[in-house]
Design a protein around this ligand. Structure first.
Ligand SMILES: Cc1cc2nc3c(=O)[nH]c(=O)nc-3n(C[C@H](O)[C@H](O)[C@H](O)COP(=O)(O)OP(=O)(O)OC[C@H]3O[C@@H](n4cnc5c(N)ncnc54)[C@H](O)[C@@H]3O)c2cc1C
Length: 455
């Protein structure tokens, strides 16, 4: 018996795209509503018109444990565009570098604290603290949710050199918050997920990157799936309220006054956009309050075209040593194998960018160039050919102390309404994998509904 239900997905970010793709693959009739004129949400390519180039709104890295994201990439046929380098580069002012990885010698170095100036005592303390940390990730102390990651590192006895060379940077990357305010529990939960996935796949989780722009990676393949399965995509379609009558979803009320008929809905908008949409849901107050408390953290990304190469040693380099202004430099020549007709493109990321987010673009670029000159001797004479600064004040929900346990699950009290999005409850922090895993959970719930046959 075929399912006559009309499935509507609200939001065309990764969570919404994955939901629509997987529902379509399951043979369902799907409509996708996206308020913008493009799909991709917070992961998309961004045109630099004068150069006819398409860098991204922000460089995104991908962990090898992103199982649900890889499932999505397989569905849309772009799995081949992700690469995992053998090791990453840590760079100190003056240009000193160290290699770090999850296998062999670079892994031992990471365990012992990769800092080139670490003493033998520091290295022994780093190894001990790292093992203690691993144990406590899996067997969490009861007060972990009350601690910042910094307080936890201090309690573990993690030496400053190991924190500087690895842990503070990793914690910032995992939850986009500086360790002085990030929740230790959220960091520990993600580390525990990583350890479990490492055991499951019998290899440690490592960090990779896309070898193409984000539209090609996430959106183009989704369009092909939509065409194949007849998914209707409505652009500039702003949903206002999911209409629930007598305990069942009947439609989605739109900002233009229309109603899109629906028998089941995946609401895949970020916490910043949820208000109003769930008004008909009995538990809406609780979900709105959680969405508010989760708040936001800013990321500033810059696509910097230089007149010469920086002399990077790897595709991704972490700037260590209290840089503050940039935490990572991505060399798009190495990542994408691109030419340098428009200059050498470097994509810079500043997570937890509370200081930079309100600065004008030219100030951000000046500050970043000053910093690059401190870290890359080759940058001394470098000139900026073109710069594109992308401030994202609401880049992700915030994961500071006090936010643990707030994230709502995908199931609601109305079986035909599920919620998805990186901010809903998953095994990950605010990441693409969280968005994809939330979609997998939401779609599973809908696929378990009894088939709605034609009356
Ligand atoms: C600069 C930056 C760097 C990042 N780096 C990484 C990284 O390295 N690795 C990683 O894993 N993650 C990273 N992230 C996080 C990752 O991008 C997000 O977690 C993920 O993309 C969120 O997907 P989502 O579908 O949950 O939400 P979104 O992408 O925000 O999608 C929600 C969609 O809903 C639409 N919408 C909202 N309201 C309505 C409405 N009323 N009606 C219709 N449509 C609506 C929006 O327009 C949007 O398209 C980064 C994020 C940023 C911003």
């Amino acid at each position: 018996m075929s399912d006559q239900r009309r499935y509507v997905v609200i939001g065309g970010g990764l969570a919404g795209l994955a939901s629509a793709v997987w529902l379509a693959e399951a043979g369902k009739q799907v409509t996708l509503l996206e308020r913008r004129g493009r799909l991709g949400g917070r992961t998309h390519a961004l045109e630099v018109a004068p150069l006819r180039d398409v860098p991204d709104n922000g460089q995104h890295v991908i962990a090898s444990g992103y199982d649900h994201l890889f499932r999505y990439l397989t569905s849309v046929g772009t799995r081949q565009y992700v690469k995992f380098p053998h090791q990453g580069v840590l760079r100190w002012p003056g240009g000193r570098t160290a290699m770090m990885g999850t296998k062999g010698l670079p892994a031992v170095r990471a365990l012992l604290g990769a800092h080139p100036d670490a003493s033998a005592g520091d290295r022994a303390r780093a190894a001990l603290a790292t093992m203690r940390m691993g144990w406590q990730c899996l067997n969490q102390p009861t007060d972990l949710a009350e601690l910042t990651t910094e307080q936890w590192f201090q309690r573990l006895g993690m030496p400053d050199t190991a924190r500087e060379a690895l842990w503070d940077w990793l914690a910032l990357g995992i939850a986009a918050e500086p360790v002085r305010q990030e929740s230790a529990k959220i960091f520990a939960d993600v580390m525990a997920t990583g350890i479990r996935l490492g055991v499951k796949h019998r290899r440690p989780v490592s960090i990779g990157y896309p070898t193409t722009d984000l539209d090609t990676l996430f959106v183009s393949g989704a369009h092909r799936v939509f065409e194949r399965h007849g998914v209707a995509v409505h652009y500039r379609a702003v949903a206002r309220r999911i209409v629930i009558e007598d305990g069942v979803v009947t439609g989605v009320a739109m900002a233009d006054g229309g109603v899109v008929p629906a028998d089941a809905v995946v609401c895949a908008v970020p916490n910043s956009s949820i208000a109003g949409l769930l008004d008909d849901l009995p538990e809406h107050d609780e979900i709105y309050a959680a969405a508010d408390k989760l708040g936001y953290t800013p990321i500033v990304s810059t696509n910097l075209y230089l007149d010469r190469p920086l002399g990077t040693k790897g595709a991704m380099e972490a700037l260590i040593g209290g840089a503050g202004v940039i935490d990572e430099v991505f060399d798009r020549q190495r990542m994408h194998g691109r030419g340098t007709l428009n200059g050498w493109l470097y994509c810079l990321t500043t997570s937890g960018a509370y200081d930079q987010i309100h600065k004008p673009g030219h100030e951000v670029v000046d500050e970043q160039m000053d910093l690059l000159r401190r870290y890359y001797p080759e940058a001394a004479e470098a000139k900026v050919v073109h710069a594109q600064v992308v401030p994202m004040p609401r880049a992700t929900f915030s994961q500071v102390v006090g936010t643990d346990g707030l994230r709502p699950g995908q199931r609601t009290s109305v079986p035909t309404l599920v919620i998805a999005g990186d901010w809903t409850r998953t095994d990950w922090s605010a990441t693409m994998e969280s968005a994809a895993q939330s979609a997998a959970k939401a779609v599973d719930l809908l696929l378990k509904l009894p088939v709605l046959a034609k009356v």
